[in-house]
Design a protein around this ligand. Structure first.
Ligand code: ADP
Length: 768
């Protein structure tokens, strides 16, 4: 088989740019209008366009994109463009159901065919396919390959199969499903059909395996940036898992969180402990009966339950897009697992936090589990070696104080372009080194020497902490000079420090049933004072700051966001769908920032498609209007809205060779007529942000008597009052002083006007 072509994409592709590549003008226009109509989106994300054009061109493809990257749109859009019925193969009923619910809400004719349907429901689906009324049919690989089903599809307008979660086909993936292997036979049943595989699992080995197993024919292989920029990673030494979990959760009150534990017992005890400490949490593990598990999944999806404490069994079926926090109380057994599990956070693209409580003891637990189960593998020796490598890789990742984003990208074979991510504990400078780390290390190592390199971690910790145990007495370790040398620390802390030395390979730990601590060359250098050591503080300060405030929530009215969340939950309940199917949190935040009270401004909000605007737009606008009225809050804050939908083609409205000064002339005329910013932006085909800058310039140049067409007088007065109190005219303090309720653009316009009309003596800082 020909090697697949690979394209790695790190940057955003505009619809404009990408469409010039492969698509006909009609297809490009159709995609733009489908996006707008059903999803309320203005542009495609990186690689979405290439994947969509491969499907429309009937070429096999494989798209690797991290969770939340937007894979679903790539198989949802093509049939709406060219009128085929596309079949989507999905491994779980819950995943199919969620997607179909979402598509139906958006007005897309989609159905799921699975074992839970009645005979008449199945009949109805067959009839709709025959009548050409469906665009998307979701089903499992088993059902698809059942006798007769593919024959039924013959002669229908069916020629594309999207294989979701395609890593299930690979035994190197996490969720190997043997049924997926038979999908390669699809082509024998429907000659000429094309296969389009989608996965978030990025290792080259899995990628190659998918292409080979599905026998993809000269596929277009698209590999997205593996980095999840919206996730903030933190790795803390595990000291007290319960309290540390509680502390992290306290930063996410009323938000969705998943807490992963290694064992079933831990899930139950931690959920109980959290509940006793006023965090409503439920345990979830494979040992529970199916009905209970199902109920917890549903409650979580429907936002009736926010915190689930689970084993990895709580996995693929979780489609809640606003999970704001994933905590691992134990180390996952590979970086692939870590990536997959943390990947369930922030699928909506908003910031989310991933905290791993790390102890090298967990690596040892995994080693034991793996060793015990090696006998079941086909080639135990090879399997054991591969599994151990994965465990050690994860352990090394967790203990090395290096940028987490960079380390993950590099592990998956990609280079990380930024010097600092500003989104992990290392880059946020939260990883404190223990003062006198080197002295501490010397104390620990000399204790190992005094104990004659014959004991394991437990006994060394007992000696250092001055414990009085049977073994201390038996070996007369109380007489050692290092006995009680670290008694000011508790045992958990000392254990964590010893393991840090082991992980950094500064102390050797033998393999076997009783792993003895020994010195290596590095330990000797430390003892001789020839080597400095950096040990991470055991109780690290966490959550100092994150990137969120500056990006996602700027200008979002928190009270309104809460009101809208309730409105969404009630509506979802009434319609029998999960809340994120109504609107994801990104859209909800945009609504709470822009506060539309009429259909016109509502349609400027990204994520509000025509169907949803029509169905519940009026009710939504009334809700927002009432909220703003009660609080004298500015509504329809369109100065800060995203760009309005602009046709990707045909050519822009402005004449081709219009110079900047000609544009400005035109803009000034429009502003003189009192036209609003979105109106002017649409007329001159410029971004709203650029148009706002023009407005500021217009105000400076023409000194209008007031800025009423762009800022309501009561808002103007409010900013004016704040400016009078401010010591300088930086935007952020003014923005903060008004509880983030007045957008930056509006403050900037008022400041410009005050300055232009001589109300301010000094100069206005506008750099923020
Ligand atoms: P994946 O399947 O890769 O995990 P999803 O398809 O669930 O990702 O998309 C994640 C989120 O991104 C969803 O909320 C989706 O609506 C949103 N999204 C996808 N494509 C776009 C786009 N072009 N513009 C805006 N939002 C998008």
């Amino acid at each position: 088989m020909e090697r697949p072509r690979v394209s790695v994409c790190h940057r955003h592709v505009t619809v404009h740019e990408a469409m010039s590549a492969n698509l006909s003008k009609t297809q490009a226009q159709r995609i733009a209008s489908v996006l707008r109509e059903f999803w309320g989106f203005d542009s495609l994300r990186p690689l979405q366009e290439q994947a969509i054009s491969a499907a429309l061109a009937h070429r096999d493809s494989l798209l690797v994109m991290p969770t939340g990257g937007g894979k679903s749109l790539c198989y949802q859009v093509p049939p709406l463009v060219d009128g085929y019925v596309d079949i989507v193969v999905s491994p779980l009923i819950s995943l199919m159901k969620d997607q179909v619910d979402g598509l139906k809400e958006a007005g897309v004719p989609a159905r799921a065919l699975h074992s839970a349907l009645t005979a008449s429901e199945r009949r109805e689906i067959h009839q709709r396919i025959a009548a050409g009324e469906l665009r998307l049919l979701f089903t499992s690989p088993e059902r698809l390959l059942m006798d007769g089903f593919l024959d039924m599809l013959k002669g229908q307008k069916v020629c594309r199969f999207a294989i979701d979660e395609a890593h299930c086909i690979s035994q190197w993936g996490h969720d190997f499903r043997p049924e997926y292997r038979q999908l390669a036979t699809l082509r024998q049943h429907i000659p000429g059909c094309t296969l389009h595989a989608f996965t978030a699992t990025a290792t080259p080995r899995v990628r190659q395996d998918i292409a080979e197993q599905l026998q993809l024919n000269d596929p277009l292989v698209l590999v997205g940036d593996v980095d999840r920029a919206n996730l903030v990673y933190r790795i803390l030494p595990k000291v007290d898992a319960e309290r540390q979990t509680l502390e992290v959760l306290s930063r996410h009150v009323d938000e969705a969180a998943i807490v992963y534990c290694i064992s079933r017992k831990e899930t139950e005890s931690l959920a109980k402990w959290l509940t006793e400490h006023k965090v409503v949490a439920k345990a979830y593990n494979a040992g529970m009966d199916a009905a209970d598990r199902h109920r917890i999944q549903e409650d979580f999806a429907n936002e009736k339950l926010d915190v689930v404490v689970a084993t990895v069994a709580f996995g693929m079926g979780i489609d809640r897009s606003n999970v704001r926090c994933v905590i691992h109380t134990g180390m996952p057994k590979s970086i692939e697992h870590y990536q997959q599990e943390t990947g369930r956070a922030g699928r909506d693209g908003l910031e989310a936090e991933c905290v791993l409580l790390y102890s090298a003891g967990d690596a040892i637990k995994w080693e034991r589990i793996i060793t015990q189960s090696a006998g079941e593998a086909a080639d135990p020796g090879q399997w054991l070696r591969a599994s151990m490598d994965l465990i050690h890789g994860m352990s090394h990742f967790a203990s090395a104080p290096l940028c987490r984003h960079r380390a993950l990208s590099e592990y998956f074979g990609q280079t990380y372009p930024k010097a600092t991510c500003e989104a992990c504990d290392v880059c946020l400078d939260e990883v404190d080194a223990v003062p006198d780390s080197t002295v501490l290390a010397q104390k620990i190592i000399s204790c190992v020497v005094r104990a004659q390199q014959r004991f394991g971690v437990g006994q060394i910790v007992d000696i250092l902490s001055g414990a009085q145990t049977e073994n201390i007495r038996r070996y007369r370790h109380g007489e050692l000079s290092t006995y009680g040398l670290l008694k000011e620390l508790d045992k958990k802390q000392i254990t964590a420090l010893v393991y840090q030395l082991v992980d950094q390979k500064l102390l050797a730990r033998e393999e076997g049933d009783y792993p003895i601590l020994k010195l290596n060359a590095a330990s000797v250098e430390i003892l001789k004072g020839q080597r400095e050591v950096k040990l991470a503080k055991v109780a690290a300060k966490a959550g100092k700051r994150t990137a969120r405030g500056e990006t996602d929530l700027q200008g979002v009215d928190a009270g309104l966001a809460a009101v809208l969340r309730k409105w969404r939950r009630d509506l979802a309940l009434a319609r029998g769908v999960p809340p994120y199917v109504i609107f994801p949190d990104t859209t909800l935040n945009a609504l709470a920032r822009i506060r539309p009270t009429n259909q016109r401004s509502l349609r400027l909000v990204s994520g509000v498609g025509e169907r949803k605007a029509g169905q519940f737009g009026d009710a939504l606008c009334r809700e927002i209007a009432a909220y703003c009225r009660d609080r004298s809050l500015q509504s329809d804050v369109i100065a800060n809205a995203p760009e309005p939908a602009r046709p990707t083609r045909p050519a822009p409205v402005r004449p081709a060779r219009e110079s900047k000064s000609q544009v400005l002339d035109r803009v000034y005329d429009l502003f003189r007529e009192g036209r609003t910013v979105p109106d002017v932006a649409a007329t001159i085909d410029r971004a709203l942000s650029t148009t706002c800058q023009y407005l500021v310039q217009f105000i400076y140049d023409t000194k209008p008597a007031n800025v009423d067409p762009w800022v309501p007088p009561q808002v103007y007065k409010r900013v004016q009052r704040e400016v009078a109190k401010a010591s300088d005219f930086r935007l952020t303090p003014i923005f903060e002083a008004m509880n983030q309720e007045v957008p930056y653009e509006v403050i900037r316009i008022v400041l410009a006007h005050m300055k232009a009309t001589g109300q301010l003596a000094g100069s206005v800082a506008e750099s923020e």
